[in-house]
Design a protein around this ligand. Structure first.
Ligand code: HEC
Length: 486
């Protein structure tokens, strides 16, 4: 009886494979459902990890049981059936993905065959384990299963991330050279990271491959995508540069990692050099504006990290200027540190935005202390004065802190009058005045803070009607807390 159930399960599974295959081969799946294939198929990379884990668990189980008898399990039925079912599901989703036609080439074919053989093995395993109960055949089959798994998984990995062995440290070291080849050491890595996923051996969108110069010259239906010495005729760079990002022909497509301006400059430079295969950096005259790009590029720093560069001399100047301004600001901060150590931090070095906190000084931080911050006031983006003793000093300080976005004044002795200068601060996004003596008198002021996103009001004297009024005037602002007496 038991065996009968298993056998029928196996037959069912075998049938579904057959159906899946014939559907694929005969093209029975209707084309209108392509979006659904993409959606359903996208779960393939997720699901396939289940049988991988399970098969390796079964292998571990055998090895440990072999060495240490008490661990030999008497019942592997559940994991074996789980393995068979999840393999089957993963294979089915893989076939759906295959059906989309996005995936073509030799790699895909070998991954497909590997995956199917593995699935058949995964179904065969519970069958022999339960029905034939022959340990030796089971172990041999498990071994074969692990081998096919390794091969199929390797091919699958290659499809999505390229051959992992190419990234091996010993291979990389061999590649490093003091005189880089412009094509293979500069151009190829850019195309590899941004284009090969759709335009190389495994996948050939538009029938186009970009993984060799010959392929680029062969191009697609419209012919070559590079025209040596002519960037204005080379579709390789035109599709990157001259089409709006949401255009179908903009490359890479909208939702993919884009080519950075520096990378584009390098690609164009290479085409302008005649798209040579064997030209080396040290033997080539390098235009000054490319020098800085190449420096950072060859310094193995990822190009993506670069800011959007249009004019490099300008960028350089801006950086130098920023450096100078930062030096001046650092001196001012150092003076403040003498009295209030560690009270200031950079939030954003590129824009010299500061965070100030009086947290370590609390009631020792007074209106006079606030006055000492005046030299850095317009750099402060976040001002934390919670628990300090500031009040009247705000009327002098706040107008100078024009760029502040977050102001924390909770637990301070402030009154309605002291808040008034905030009306001038358009950048204010977050205001915290909880546990203060602020009353309904400040409502009008608060409603003027049109960019406010968050307002902390609990434990103040503002009435429930007052809060309602503020909320009406500032519908997008999140108001936290309210008065107790309301
Ligand atoms: C996510 C996949 C994908 C990536 C990545 C990608 N492409 Fe494409 N590419 C396509 C598709 C799809 C088409 C066909 C466009 C169409 O027919 O709507 C195409 C077409 C092209 C064409 C032909 C356009 C024409 O004028 O007919 C060129 C040239 C091209 N790609 C270059 C590139 C370059 C260069 C990169 C890398 C910077 C790149 N592609 C990255 C998917 C991709």
């Amino acid at each position: 009886m038991h065996k009968l159930k298993i056998i029928s399960l196996v037959v069912l599974i075998a049938l579904s494979i057959l159906i899946g295959f014939s559907a694929k081969l005969l093209g029975l799946l209707p084309e209108q459902l392509v979006e659904w294939y993409h959606f359903i198929g996208s779960f393939h990379p997720l699901l396939l990890h289940l049988p991988i884990g399970c098969t390796l668990l079964l292998l571990t189980w055998e090895i440990i049981g072999f060495v240490y008898k008490p661990y030999q399990s008497k019942s592997l039925e559940i994991p074996l059936i789980f393995n068979a079912l999840t393999s089957l599901m993963a294979m089915f989703l893989g076939l759906v993905l295959y059906q989309t036609g996005d995936w073509q080439g030799d790699l895909i074919e070998s991954h497909l065959i590997g995956g199917c053989v593995f699935t058949i093995m995964a179904i065969w395993l519970p069958y022999i384990y339960i029905c034939i109960s022959n340990k030796l055949i089971y172990r041999i089959s498990l071994f074969i299963s692990v081998i096919t798994l390794t091969l199929a998984a390797h091919k699958g990995g290659e499809i999505t991330h390229g051959d992992p062995l190419d990234k091996a440290p010993w291979k990389k070291q061999a590649k490093e050279t003091t005189n880089p080849n412009i094509y293979s050491d500069i151009v190829v890595p850019i195309l590899e990271s941004k284009c090969y996923s759709c335009h190389a051996a495994e996948k050939q969108k538009n029938g186009l491959r970009l993984d060799s110069i010959a392929m680029m010259l062969k191009g697609d239906d419209l012919g070559a995508v590079i025209v040596p010495y002519k960037t204005d005729e080379s579709r390789l760079t035109l599709t990157i540069e001259h089409l709006p990002i949401d255009d179908d022909y903009h490359m890479p497509p909208e939702n993919k990692p884009q080519v950075t301006p520096s990378e584009l400059e390098l690609l164009k430079w290479w085409i302008n050099l005649g798209a040579p295969e064997e030209q080396y950096l040290n033997d080539t005259e390098i235009p000054s504006e490319l020098q800085i790009i190449l420096e950072s590029y060859m310094g193995s720093e990822a190009l993506e990290k670069e800011p959007q560069v249009k004019n490099l001399t300008q960028l350089r100047q801006e950086k130098e200027e920023l450096q100078k301004r930062k030096q001046v600001l650092d001196e001012k901060i150092n003076i403040i540190f003498e009295k209030y150590p560690k009270s200031v931090e950079y939030i954003d070095i590129n824009n010299l935005n500061l965070y100030f906190t009086a947290a370590s000084f609390k009631s020792k931080f007074t209106d006079n202390s606030l006055n000492e911050l005046v030299p850095i006031a317009n750099y402060i983006k976040e001002l934390d004065l919670n628990g300090s003793k500031v009040s009247e000093g705000l009327s002098n300080f706040i107008p100078k802190a024009k760029n502040v976005e977050i102001v924390q004044l909770a637990n301070t002795p402030i009154n309605n009058e002291n808040l008034k200068p905030l009306a001038e601060i358009n950048s204010l996004r977050i205001l915290n005045i909880h546990s203060t003596q602020i009353t309904d008198e400040s409502i009008e002021l608060l409603t003027q803070l049109s960019n406010l996103e968050k307002l902390y009001l609990w434990n103040t004297k503002i009435s429930a009607q007052g809060i309602k009024k503020i909320q009406e005037k500032l519908p997008k602002c999140l108001i936290i807390g309210g008065s107790k007496e309301a």
